[in-house]
Ligand binder design. Structure first.
Ligand SMILES: [Zn+2]
Length: 417
């Protein structure tokens, strides 16, 4: 996946042009990114660099503590001689911060270089009309993440932000009209870069979700994926031939605002009968509240389903049917190999997935029969882990620049825990 999301560099960052030695390191680090381990011969094949170049780059990277030897390939993989030494990234050589700002929460993670979560906390907060409160909370969480893990600040490669709002890919401003009204005109990544001194990237949360599923979750090794997030906001992230589809203004994938009931409820976006008014947990809870004449909280839905409540079951099935129809259009347009469904409503399980699969099959050509639709394997952490993955995409370039001073006598990275 190519680097996605607009970047706001930290004020003190200087963009050093890459020299040839650095380029070699970038290629080797990129080859090792996202793979458990490779031999030198495999690195020669993957990078297209000469064997001697790979050898000297690897020596540099091992000296700098960025790459480590991780045992030998299984003996069965070679016909004669000693099995080759395997090499992999040193996970603790760098860190990434991820932030997920949703309608009702701010969540932060700190990960190592391979995306393993080392710190993870969430604060519940009504975000839509309170950007200052949300950004203050975010900065507090990030400071705590760094403090409590003892991560070396110089080894934090950046901050990725996933937000429950479409993001203009050219400016980083939010298309906040009707979605997060208090954030109109704001550029939260720019603001966070200013307040933290870290370079920051921003992306819509469903796009962050598809990055995470591709890198860590249900969509590993898939190049054509739709990730659908069914929470109080509904949106899709799309990978098409391995590239993220964002469209002209970054509005691609706004499936939550496709009309599925022409005479349905008026949506917060101003249209009628959007998928979000039918298939988001708050919409289902509101439907039940109307007939039961008592308040229903969307967090009760899973419990009601487990109790076998018929009204809830029916409402979730109808939601699944509507989602399936919207996904059918998506499938006909994009021909994905996999649809991953995440967000709060995915916890409904078969009650949601069976009608969704039926409706998808009924509304697509039979040649789409091999299209799989599966629940997210990352659950509600997909957004925040994807936000950190945005930073990890740029890790090879950043690490190879950190390494430049090594030629002048080495830097001490032993302080990074
Ligand atoms: Zn709408």
């Amino acid at each position: 996946v190519q680097a996605t999301g607009l970047e706001f560099p930290a004020a003190e960052t200087q963009q050093t042009p890459l020299n040839l030695a650095t380029l070699g390191r970038v290629r080797v680090l990129r080859a090792l990114t996202g793979r458990p381990a490779l031999s030198r011969a495999e690195l020669v094949r993957t990078t297209g660099l000469a064997r001697a170049t790979v050898g000297s780059v690897i020596d540099d990277l091992i000296d700098a503590g960025l790459v480590r030897k991780t045992g030998q390939a299984p003996a069965s993989s070679v016909r004669t001689g000693r099995p080759p030494q395997l090499l992999s990234l040193e996970p603790r050589a760098g860190h990434a911060l991820g932030l997920d700002i949703g309608h009702d929460h701010v969540r932060a993670v700190l990960t190592d270089l391979v995306g393993t979560t080392l710190w993870d906390e969430s604060v519940r907060l009504a975000v839509d009309d309170d950007p200052d409160g949300a950004l203050d909370t975010a900065v507090t969480l990030l400071d705590r993440a760094i403090g409590e893990t003892g991560a070396n600040r110089d080894r934090i490669l950046g901050l990725g932000l996933g937000i429950a709002c479409p993001v203009d890919k050219a400016t980083g401003a939010l298309h906040a009209e009707g979605i997060m009204p208090g954030w109109l005109g704001m550029r939260p990544a720019e603001e966070l870069a200013r307040r933290t001194g870290l370079s920051a990237r921003i992306i819509n949360d469903a796009n962050a979700g598809v990055l995470a599923e591709r890198r860590f979750g249900a969509a590993r090794d898939c190049a054509n994926v739709v990730y659908l997030r069914l929470s109080s906001g509904i949106g899709a992230g799309v990978l098409c031939d391995g590239r993220m589809l964002q469209g002209r203004g970054g509005l691609a994938g706004e499936l939550g605002h496709v009309t599925v009931e022409p005479h349905g409820d008026v949506c917060r976006c101003g249209n009628r009968g959007c998928l979000e008014t039918v298939a988001s947990p708050p919409a289902i809870a509101a439907l039940l509240a109307r007939s039961w004449r008592r308040p229903v909280n969307s967090t009760e839905l899973t419990e009601l389903l487990q109790e076998g409540d018929r009204g809830t079951l029916r409402a979730v099935e109808d939601a699944g049917e509507a989602v399936g129809r919207a996904l059918a259009f998506t499938a006909m347009l994009l021909n994905p190999e996999l649809i991953v469904v995440g967000g709060d409503l995915a916890a409904a399980g078969d009650a949601l997935f069976e009608p969704m699969r039926r409706s998808l099959a009924r509304n697509t050509m039979t040649s789409h029969a091999e299209l799989r639709i599966v629940p997210s394997s990352l659950g509600d952490s997909a957004g925040v882990r994807g936000a950190a993955a945005l930073v990890l995409e740029t890790a090879p370039e950043r690490l190879s620049q950190i390494l430049v001073p090594v030629q002048r006598g080495g830097i001490d990275i032993s302080a990074s825990k």
